[in-house]
Design a protein around this ligand. Structure first.
Ligand SMILES: [Fe+2]
Length: 172
């Protein structure tokens, strides 16, 4: 097996572990969300994550690689941050709590976007077009999940800014 192929397999097993961890974290994120649209987004991404795991295993088999996940400390750290956002959010008002959850979730999405983008490029390089197509599909889902979070954050941010403005008015 070439070094590049080995590297792709390694990267895929790494993100497989990351997705597996996310599968456990997303229900907690959904439960902690206050805004119904945010909760819905987390629940939708949970279903997508399950399919992404299947897609990764399928692609790993196509490459002749092991389908055993490889520990991903990067995602472990991001999920820890998410758990912190949940915990700290309990002490905050619903708006601030949701914004904390969105911030944590977007860091996760960006990590995944970067991982899948790299895997897709490398798969194209070695002529594994089917693997690249599968990874393109997942990449698209991660990008839409990220955009959706940005859209959901907009009205919540506006509300938070309004509050800020009102409080500044009271102070003056
Ligand atoms: Fe994912």
């Amino acid at each position: 097996m070439t070094q590049l192929r080995e590297l792709i397999i390694d990267e895929m097993r790494d993100i497989l572990h990351a997705e597996g961890q996310l599968l456990n974290a997303l229900p907690k994120m959904a439960q902690a969300a206050n805004h119904p649209k945010l909760r819905e987004a987390f629940e939708k991404h949970l279903t997508q994550t399950q399919m992404q795991i299947e897609r990764l295993k399928e692609a790993l088999e196509m490459l002749g690689g092991e389908t055993q996940p490889k520990e991903c400390p990067g995602m472990m750290g991001l999920i820890e941050e998410g758990q912190e956002a949940i915990k700290e959010g309990k002490e905050k008002d619903p708006i601030a709590s949701d914004l904390g959850l969105i911030a944590a979730a977007q860091k996760v999405e960006h990590y995944e976007i970067s991982a899948y983008g790299t895997i897709r490029s490398m798969a194209r390089l070695i002529g594994e077009r089917e693997v690249a197509t599968l990874m393109s599909h997942t990449l698209g889902e991660e990008e839409s999940a990220d955009h959706l979070l940005t859209e959901i954050a907009k009205p919540i941010l506006q509300e938070a800014a309004m509050e800020e403005f009102e409080m500044a008015g009271e102070r003056s």
